[in-house]
Design a protein around this ligand. Structure first.
Ligand SMILES: [Fe+2]
Length: 166
């Protein structure tokens, strides 16, 4: 039987400190993406706390499924934005998404198979990945999307001005 101590090896079960903490340095400037990221942090924080209190790995597997669902939906929204703006680095960005998705899928399976997983390592990895991906990869994409949208707004204003001057 899997016990609480086996799933939280290395973790501080009574640790009340928030771990996935949102900060202004994580804003990309795209309102929809930022809202998604904040929700992602909220879910990860709640799951981490649940995992510290969970009695068995299978229960954590269910919770990690929820994280996986949200991550996949969020990645799909980002990829749709990149496709809509003809983002030149779409393939590399998508590859980062694919690798993280595979990692979370593996974690879910490990929990379901009742394999002992060092939860501290999971959360450390996820937090590091999220911070890096948001601050580097997502921010570049958001800047590009903003520039494209500004360009389109400029073209629209120019054509309206042309119409008015005729
Ligand atoms: Fe992304």
């Amino acid at each position: 039987m899997t016990t609480k101590s086996s799933i939280s090896s290395g973790a501080h079960a009574a640790d009340p400190l928030p771990y996935f903490v949102w900060s202004d340095s994580l804003f990309t400037g795209n309102e929809a993406i930022d809202a998604d990221h904040r929700r992602l942090f909220d879910i990860a924080e709640r799951l981490r706390r649940e995992s510290l209190q969970a009695q068995d790995n299978a229960a954590i597997g269910n919770s990690v499924d929820e994280l996986l669902d949200y991550v996949q939906g969020h990645f799909a929204r980002e990829e749709a934005l990149m496709a809509a703006t003809n983002y030149p680095d779409l393939e590399h960005h998508r590859l980062e998404h694919t690798l993280l998705t595979r990692h979370v899928q593996k974690l879910t399976k490990s929990f379901r198979d009742e394999k002992p997983v060092a939860s501290t390592q999971i959360w450390q990895f996820l937090r590091r990945w999220l911070r890096y991906h948001i601050m580097e990869t997502d921010r570049e994409m958001a800047s590009y999307a903003a520039a494209v949208s500004l360009h389109h707004a400029g073209n629209k204003a120019d054509s309206q001005a042309d119409c008015l001057s005729k």
